[in-house]
Design a protein around this ligand. Structure first.
Ligand code: ASP
Length: 434
């Protein structure tokens, strides 16, 4: 009986997603002009419940990342190992992003999206953003005021503070150990909170998806079909091809099992369009479903949600080629290399929140001398692409996390092989495993 119930919540979330999409499309096609449905159902019910769900997920992010990472650092108890994991993570995150954007540019080069596009009617306005000076970005990693970092949810600053706090706890000897025990207990409590919010998931996912599909008609995609489909194709090649190969040959794990176990995190990423809000689910999935130890996952998952955005880089690559074609600008090999470099770097320090990839695109366009206004052309289809690329971003975080865990001997094969391990409804483990 318990086994059957376990399967139910995961299936419920998937069913809620499909049902939400179907209802959303119906509302968009049949009730587009019905004030009551638009105001009360889409703008009211769906919007309110969807927003509450996202807020509940975000509520967990800061406490979860902090508590989990402090536990991870103290369990590791070794600053050298931490440095090693950090270097591996950053190198792999940058590498996968560079591969992602190269795939995007290659596919876009073959398909040539934007040829023959009618530029006369850009539908929306877009305000670009200046790139902050690199020095400021680096200085900003150190939280001059940790409370402000927590209040703003500044992930990199929280990570730095948690690491120093965890290391200090180890250095503080016996007294530090008391605090450590407290944090291990606190971690169990926060994980139980994650379990509570998960119960809301089917309703939240249903409302978020229904609202998106009700407001985003399929017809806006048609004029941009070549752009849209090229991004989707590149996302699929990267997610299935690159991650599949990395999982198979570098992590030496079964890719089918990997994707199956990451399904819940992908659905959450898709519905919320935010890697950040998905952290609780990603962390839970890689630890309890895949079998990555907390000492690695608590560090690499929040870091990845903040600096690793392969799906976003893919959109930026295709968008750059699309906008260049529309404006009749020829991009040379140097421009392509510049795009690879800037888009890879731009993904660092970009928060994993909805739509931010488009804002960062302005920096990429600027670097290769393309008009930032070009973004207005693609903004209409961005929400749907944002959902898909966020699912890829999160899968990328889990891929790199698994590779590092394997290399650090911080991976539990029994958990990985057990199809039922850590399913959403399973009793929550009492404490994190080091
Ligand atoms: N929404 C994406 C994320 O949270 C970022 C983006 O591409 O806009 O990962």
């Amino acid at each position: 009986m318990a086994e059957r119930r376990k399967l139910t919540l995961t299936s419920e979330i998937l069913i809620a997603m499909v049902a939400g999409a179907v209802l959303g499309v119906i509302i968009n096609m049949v009730f587009a002009d019905t004030g009551f449905v638009q105001d009360m159902v889409v703008g009211g019910l769906f919007s309110v419940i969807g927003s509450i769900f996202v807020a509940a997920l975000k509520m967990l992010v800061v406490p979860l990342v902090f508590v989990s990472l402090v536990c991870g650092v103290t369990a590791l108890g070794d600053v050298a190992a931490l440095g090693r994991i950090g270097i591996k993570a950053i190198a792999l995150y940058l590498f996968t992003t560079a591969v992602a954007i190269t795939i995007a540019l290659t596919l876009a080069g073959i398909v040539s999206p934007g040829d023959g596009f009618d530029i006369s009617d850009p539908t929306a306005e877009f305000q670009g953003r200046e790139a902050p000076p690199l020095g400021d970005v680096v200085i900003d990693i150190v939280p001059s005021n940790p409370v402000a970092a927590f209040a703003k949810g500044n992930m990199l600053q929280i990570i730095v503070f948690a690491i120093i706090f965890g290391v200090a706890m180890t250095l503080a000897g016996e007294r530090g150990r008391h605090v450590q025990n407290f944090f291990v207990d606190l971690n169990a409590v926060v994980m139980a909170m994650v379990g509570i919010v998960m119960k809301l998931a089917p309703y939240g996912v249903f409302c978020l998806i229904a609202k998106t599909f009700a407001t985003q008609g399929v017809d806006i995609i048609l004029p941009l079909a070549s752009y849209f489909l090229t991004v989707v194709a590149a996302l699929l090649v990267h997610a299935i091809g690159v991650y599949g190969l990395l999982i198979r040959f570098v992590a030496r794990l079964n890719p089918m099992m990997f994707f199956r176990k990451m399904r819940a995190a992908m659905v959450f990423a898709f519905s919320t369009a935010s890697s950040n809000a998905t952290i609780p689910v990603t962390l839970r999935s890689v630890e309890y479903r895949l079998g990555v130890k907390n000492s690695v996952a608590s560090f690499t998952v929040p870091l990845g949600a903040t600096i690793n955005m392969d799906g976003t880089a893919i959109m930026q690559g295709v968008a750059t080629v699309f906008i260049a074609h529309v404006f009749g600008v020829d991009l040379g090999i140097v421009d392509y290399l510049t795009v690879i470099m800037i888009a890879t770097l731009a993904s660092i320090g970009t928060a994993g929140v909805p739509g931010v990839g488009l804002v960062m695109l302005s920096m990429v366009l600027d670097q290769v001398g393309l008009p930032v206004e070009g973004i207005a052309l693609i903004i209409g289809v961005d929400r749907l692409l944002d959902m898909m690329r966020t699912a890829v971003n999160v899968t990328g975080d889990a891929t790199v996390t698994s590779i590092i865990a394997k290399s650090e001997n911080a991976f539990d094969h029994d958990t990985f092989k057990d199809p039922e391990a850590g399913v959403l409804e399973a009793d929550l483990p009492a404490a994190s495993r080091a």
